[in-house]
Design a protein around this ligand. Structure first.
Ligand code: 3HC
Length: 311
């Protein structure tokens, strides 16, 4: 028999009423939101690194300024999300400690290297494309601060995806070598982008409860299918081949059937054995240490301001 306050809580969730920081909530609801929102924030912050690799090597000043704007947006998305997580009673420093200690996850996709300029296109088109498909439902999730953060994030993400597609369009209309660069990027990013949506529903330990609490409005496999259905026609428009021999339109289903995903690769990356895991974490820890003096100075300045205001 569910305790009275939990039953009232679930009724609010079922009625689509937003839960706000000061409302009563089950401890497990708070914990799973801290888990998901903090890992989402970590993804945004670590997600800047693969793209940072190409800022100094962008082919034109315009491409460079667009890439810089996108990376800056991602830093902002991270800040919105850390702030949303803080409303659940955790400190940003604790969340960052968990990331730096390898205890907290961030999206698997950011553990892959960016080998050519075409990767900047593939990341915008596929990674931000997948992030949009995942984040649009989160705008309607049950926790107020998270859903409001997502509304702001989604407005900026569509620009990220479009500029990525535009990079690939330019390459596919260029020389044979440029088109091959785009095809090579698609070959390397296609399957890891599908893994972003999480394990198959049958192996998803959090999905059932997250669905009951209207944190997860669509299952991992539903959103993955949406990604494939949306992206294959875009690849065809580019004149690129999706690296999946089993991909084919299924008229009865009204969806694309596609090949098996290599979940061992996914679990290896989650265990820290992806191509760039160690480098990404080392870079983040170094940046945090290098910025310590600046954070301390900000706090010292704020303390002095406060003392003067009190004096
Ligand atoms: N990378 C790393 N870990 C992943 C993962 C991935 N692609 N997919 C799943 N996992 C982890 C889960 O976090 C969970 O581990 P945990 O319990 O220790 O947190 C475990 O694998 C089992 O997966 P579940 O399906 O049970 O977990 P969830 O119900 O949390 O679903 C999720 C996973 C769909 C990623 C969900 O957490 C979610 O929607 N998160 C918010 C969106 C997000 O994090 N997006 C990151 C995309 S990148 C991005 O947004 C930046 C963009 O601007 C480029």
């Amino acid at each position: 028999e569910m305790p009275e306050e939990e039953r009232a809580f679930q009724e609010r969730i079922d009625a689509g009423i937003k839960i706000e920081p000061k409302d009563w909530m089950p401890e497990a609801y708070r914990r799973t939101l801290i888990r998901q929102i903090s890992q989402h924030a970590h993804s945004e912050i670590v997600g800047q690194l693969p793209e940072g690799n190409w800022v100094t090597r962008a082919p034109t000043l315009q491409r460079k300024s667009i890439l810089l704007a996108k990376i800056q947006d991602e830093a902002g998305h991270g800040l919105y999300l850390y702030s949303a997580a803080e409303t659940l009673g955790v400190s940003r420093d604790d969340l960052l400690d968990a990331l730096h200690a390898g205890k907290a996850k961030y999206s698997s996709i950011f553990n892959y290297p960016t080998l050519s300029w075409a990767d900047m296109g593939a990341i915008g088109w596929l990674v931000d494309g997948a992030a949009i498909i995942n984040q649009i439902p989160l705008c309607r999730c049950s926790y107020g601060p998270y859903s409001r953060a997502m509304i702001r994030v989604c407005k900026e993400e569509s620009f990220h995806a479009r500029q990525g597609y535009d990079i690939l369009l330019a390459l596919c209309r260029g020389s044979a070598e440029q088109k091959q660069m785009a095809q090579d990027a698609l070959n390397r990013w296609w399957w890891p982008a599908l893994m972003m949506f999480g394990p198959p529903d049958a192996d998803s330990v959090n999905s059932a409860q997250s669905a009951r609490w209207r944190i997860k409005l669509f299952s991992n496999d539903e959103l993955r299918q949406r990604m494939v259905d949306q992206t294959v026609p875009q690849a065809e428009h580019l004149g690129l081949t999706v690296p999946d021999p089993d991909l084919r339109w299924n008229e009865e289903r009204g969806h694309y059937d596609f090949g098996a995903i290599d979940w061992t690769e996914f679990h290896e990356v989650l265990k820290g054995n992806g191509p760039c895991n160690r480098e990404r974490l080392r870079t983040r820890v170094q940046a945090y240490e290098d910025g310590r003096w600046f954070r301390d100075a900000l706090v010292a300045h704020a303390d002095k301001q406060e003392q003067q205001a009190r004096a």
